[in-house]
Design a protein around this ligand. Sequence first.
Ligand code: GDP
Length: 425
Amino acid sequence: MVRAIVGANWGDEGKGKITDMLAMKSDIIIRYQGGSNAGHTIINNYGKFALHLLPSGVFYNHTTSIIGNGVALNIPFLVKEIDELVSKGVPKPHVLVSDRAQILMPYHILFDEYEEERLGKKSFGSTKSGIAPFYSDKYAKIGFQVSELFDDELLKEKVARVCETKNVLMEHLYHKPAIDQEELLQTLREYREMVAPYVCDVSAYLHQAIKEGKNILLEGQLGSLKDTDHGIYPMVTSSSTLAGYGAIGAGIPPYEIKNITTVVKAYSSAVGAGAFVSEIFGEEADELRRRGGDGGEYGATTGRPRRMGWFDAVASRYGCRIQGATESALTVLDVLGYLDELSICVGYEINGKVTKDFPTTTELNKAKPVYTVLPGWKCEIRGIKKYEDLPENCRKYIEFIEKELETPITMVSNGPGRDEIIYRK
Ligand code: GDP
């Protein structure tokens, strides 16, 4: 059975925790898009970890962790991440890397930095991990596939060809030093040595695993609203964050994805620029940011303070729909126990009209939030194991959200730990 765990919002919903938890009963966990540009924070018996490239199932002995062909593969980063786990006492994970994954090149990181610098105030708020230049090159067909590392002649010719155009940009657009071909070739040869132990024909491996009835998890990065096509374009990421893309980014048939679990955060947070209708500011935002997540809402990759907001039912329902959610997990509910009342954004007012449908970005930029206010529960809910034991106002908040989402909430997460979860039905 293949299950996808994906974000319904702007990312940072707590997918890492839910994946880590569900990985206990899984055989294979796959990253199928994105790169090291976002992080999952995971707390378990080995300690606290921020994973960027590895899937969240790496902490178990029985799982295989896969980097699918859809990922932006930063090879030294991957090796460093594996080494770091081992140095912290985690058993060496079983990792496979698709021979069709493409390689994030050192110049992708440079171009990302230089472009943000060039755009100045109009920048995208990129994490500068090279993701946009990477995917641009992939689709312009000048990317490097892992398999190509093993053909030295091809590599030499391609490096020369690619450097020719890249260096025009380096010199004339960014006024930076040119890429040294010999040095780049040497780097790629080093990458070959680093990645060789992990390389695998992943789609063939998964074909067999599906036949054998293995439990497979697809772990999404970021969330629906950062999807290149269906998100808040252009303030999106450069790969599809949707469960549907899991079929492509892992190399499996779409109809094998039987369960799509959307992770929905009990309030809103976002990083980077872009419309954020239910955003809050000032002391109200600072307090939620301080209390949020586990030790505050700051980016796992950049440490940047996240933008904060009330739960946005319009965006989250759309986020579930576009993922094709079959169920959802509501996370970080425990941090809201300090509030006297909670606002939920139930509509967007655009040009004097209220809509419940999530619009395109041009319309979204004009939207003003329409709120419903619910009473708070004013107590700590961590440690509660049964749904019925949650305070009544807390259950009312969950059930209100469930109705708005039009997706059953089957899990409620009331703490960052693996076992801090309430199953509903
Ligand atoms: P991801 O990218 O979707 O995996 O999300 P992140 O890991 O970036 O952000 C989620 C943060 O919330 C992490 O620091 C988690 O440890 C934490 N977290 C996850 N679920 C819960 C929860 O139910 N309660 C609290 N307090 N923190 C949570």
